[in-house]
Design a protein around this ligand. Structure first.
Ligand code: 3MF
Ligand code: MG
Length: 343
């Protein structure tokens, strides 16, 4: 069954260009401008960190008033909030991680902040909480008890599942960066943790292409695994040129064949038909000038849509014949011809 596709991106995808080696190179673009672009370019939702949506230090009543204003603005523009992700990697309490920190006080901060993120999600009308374990790992192995850290991960999931009986938790796993070694580095690790929770049916997966590649895994196969579990509830499409820093490149620009494979498996299993979004998590190139700060998002969406056309133009009968004959050399040639418009 073919998928139906609605797209999303996060406000952090359009940024000022600072990196560890240099300052910002572009002016800040206000959120309202990002919303205007989303509407014009045909996106259906915005992804939010908790503090992208609202100042998380406000008293709750005030916070909820601001969230109601944000929700109205999104509604007025025909947009949804796809998910909320607690940004647990900026605060002084999360220097050593959140729920796996060695400090009890800091762990409590992380748990409280995650619970608050769940409440923010509900205020914005979404039941999806995304957890990216940014600093839940170590730089020095003996500095963190990995057995205990995994137990604490399950504990956190249970606390959140208990806190709100309708929230769904999407784990977005990544093997490294900012940590040298992140605990629960892949989809499989997180699914194993999910099975230990009080409600595994509400724990699922968001797969980011670049994160899979950083683990030297094939993103389309990772997606297949999550689909097989019925747990592919979100994706972060982008691209990555080998094992280096997390590049978050425009979809398909490092390896078009890998991008095709992702679209192929998504379309084959009707991704999106249950309301899942085609989420982008793509950084603007530092070299882009101010007036072309959105091109990477428009281009990624266009590349995805062109690849859907290519996937659907495949002669499936011919593919099946090649598979039956075990002629994968010819299959590979055929897929490349499809991509190049020569099939
Ligand atoms: C890091 C990421 C993150 C997550 C985001 C939502 C900043 O590599 O991909 O982007 O996607 O925090 O969970
Ligand atoms: Mg991501």
């Amino acid at each position: 069954m073919a998928g139906t596709y609605r797209f999303s991106f996060g406000p952090w995808n359009v940024h000022e260009g600072e990196d560890p080696f240099g300052p910002r190179v572009r002016e800040t673009i206000p959120f309202e401008e990002k919303v205007k672009f989303a509407v014009k370019a045909g996106f259906g939702a915005i992804q939010f960190h908790d503090d992208d949506a609202v100042d998380v230090t406000l008293p709750i009543a005030e916070q909820n008033k601001k969230l109601a204003e944000l929700k109205k603005m999104l509604d007025d523009n025909g947009l949804e909030a796809e998910f909320i992700a607690p940004r647990l990697w900026f605060n002084p309490h999360t220097i050593d991680g959140g729920w796996t920190s060695n400090s009890a006080e800091d762990r409590q901060y992380a748990i409280d902040r995650c619970k608050r993120a769940v409440d923010i999600a509900k205020e914005l009308g979404t039941d999806r909480l995304v957890l990216w374990p940014a600093r839940e790992g170590s730089y020095v192995r003996e500095a963190k008890d990995s057995k205990l850290a995994y137990d604490r991960f399950v504990e956190l999931l249970n606390i959140l599942l208990e806190h709100d009986k309708t929230i769904r938790i999407l784990g977005e796993m990544k093997p490294n960066e900012p940590c040298d070694s992140t605990l629960s580095p892949t989809t499989g690790h997180f699914l194993a943790l999910a099975s230990r929770t009080i409600d595994p049916d509400r724990v699922g997966i968001l797969i980011e292409s670049a994160h899979a590649m950083l683990a030297n895994l094939e993103p389309s196969d990772e997606m297949g695994m999550a689909l097989s579990f019925g747990k592919l509830w979100g994706i972060h499409l982008n691209d990555q040129n080998g094992l280096k820093f997390d590049e978050d490149k425009t979809f398909g620009t490092a390896n078009l064949n890998k991008a095709f494979s992702q679209v192929y498996i998504l379309d084959k299993y009707g991704y999106g038909n249950n309301g899942e979004y085609v989420g982008l998590d793509i950084k603007v190139l530092r070299t882009q000038k101010q007036d072309v700060s959105f091109a990477h998002l428009a281009n990624s969406k266009a590349i995805f849509e062109m690849l859907v056309e290519k996937v659907r133009s495949c002669d499936q009968k011919y593919i099946d014949e090649l598979i039956a004959a075990r002629d994968y050399e010819e299959l590979s040639f055929y897929i490349l011809k499809v991509i190049m418009g020569k099939a």
